[in-house]
Design a protein around this ligand. Structure first.
Ligand SMILES: Nc1ncnc2c1ncn2[C@@H]1O[C@H](COP(=O)(O)OP(=O)(O)OP(=O)(O)O)[C@@H](O)[C@H]1O
Ligand SMILES: [Mg+2]
Length: 290
């Protein structure tokens, strides 16, 4: 395997009961690359992200992370999964931050950040704390080390969650709509942290509705719809000049903040041109700077 490729997903299928949510997903993420995943609600973005560290067990397909095979199909069509210890070892190198805050409520910010390095990596408390202070500082929360999650804003909690994931020195970070549960004015400070991580060379898979962020920070954008990657390309191409009618309709709806058609509805007719304002997003997307 080409060592530049950190994540390789092929033929990924996932069903919940009779409902097939992922219908054959193929993509790769190179080391140091930031890949944004966009698409309508219910299209399978979260499921796809959760499959990457086997929080969901794929029904078919192959997933490789950092040269380790997490799952693959055997010649008889059955699925083979890595052993628990191997999966745990891979997860240690994959940080995940979710849409909803998932801090331990009875731990302070500092205690949240030191927990896994001490429990999983065996770091001493003083080493773990020294590193946690650095990380909290780096997300702008050095002064909040002793606060409990309930004493922090949603944006601050998400930044603690990012610091906590980084404390494990991950090779890959997965972000799932990390700004969607916070007030819009707090989203900027989270995006700022993510942007800096990207600049420092972190490999990132980012499910986002923040098109300005995707335009500015992502190397590539995947548009997923009804469990398939419908369009893939550079952020500029996909966001400013989408080829697929469904991508255009989605981007137009996001820009107008209009509700999207539910999954299962017929795709809306394309207008024939890219949605108004997309080129502005790609060109003028420094809103995360503030
Ligand atoms: N554990 C589950 N059991 C049954 N169905 C599920 C489960 N998790 C997800 N689904 C279904 O799979 C589909 C895709 O869900 P998913 O959460 O991946 O979508 P999404 O693209 O992340 O949407 P959103 O933008 O709203 O977060 C949905 O129809 C959802 O109801
Ligand atoms: Mg989701």
């Amino acid at each position: 395997m080409n060592s530049d490729v950190l994540v390789r997903v092929s033929g990924l299928h996932k069903s919940f009961g009779d409902s097939e949510v992922l219908k054959g997903i193929d993509f790769e993420v190179n080391r140091g690359e930031v890949v944004a995943i966009i698409g309508p609600s219910g299209s399978g973005k979260t499921t796809m992200l959760r499959c990457v560290n086997l929080l969901e067990r794929p029904t078919a397909g192959r997933i490789e992370v950092d040269s380790r095979v997490l799952c693959e199909e055997l010649p008889d069509g059955s699925m083979s999964f890595s052993k628990k210890a191997e999966i745990r070892a891979i997860r240690e190198h994959v940080g995940m931050v979710f849409q909803r805050f998932n801090l331990f409520p009875h731990f302070t910010a500092l205690e949240n950040v030191i927990e896994a390095p001490m429990a999983v990596k065996g770091l001493s408390r003083s080493d773990a704390e020294a590193r946690a202070h650095e990380l909290l500082e780096s997300v702008g929360l050095g002064h909040k080390a002793d606060s409990y999650p309930l004493q922090l804003s949603g944006g601050q909690q998400q930044r603690v969650a990012i610091a906590r994931a980084l404390a494990m020195d991950p090779a890959l970070m997965l972000f799932d709509e990390v700004t969607s549960s916070v007030d819009p004015e707090l989203a900027g400070e989270i995006l700022q942290v993510m942007k800096r991580l990207a600049q420092e060379g972190m490999t990132m898979l980012v499910v986002t509705h923040e098109m300005g962020f995707a335009a500015e920070v992502a190397d590539r954008v995947l548009f997923i719809d009804h469990g398939l990657i419908v369009e893939e390309g550079s952020a500029k191409q996909v966001l400013a000049n989408p080829k697929n009618a469904r991508t255009r309709a989605f981007l137009r709806a996001v820009l107008e903040r209009a509700p999207m058609a539910e999954e299962g509805d017929p795709a809306p007719e394309p207008a024939g041109s890219s949605a108004p304002g997309l080129s502005q997003i790609v060109e003028g997307s420094d809103d995360v700077e503030q």
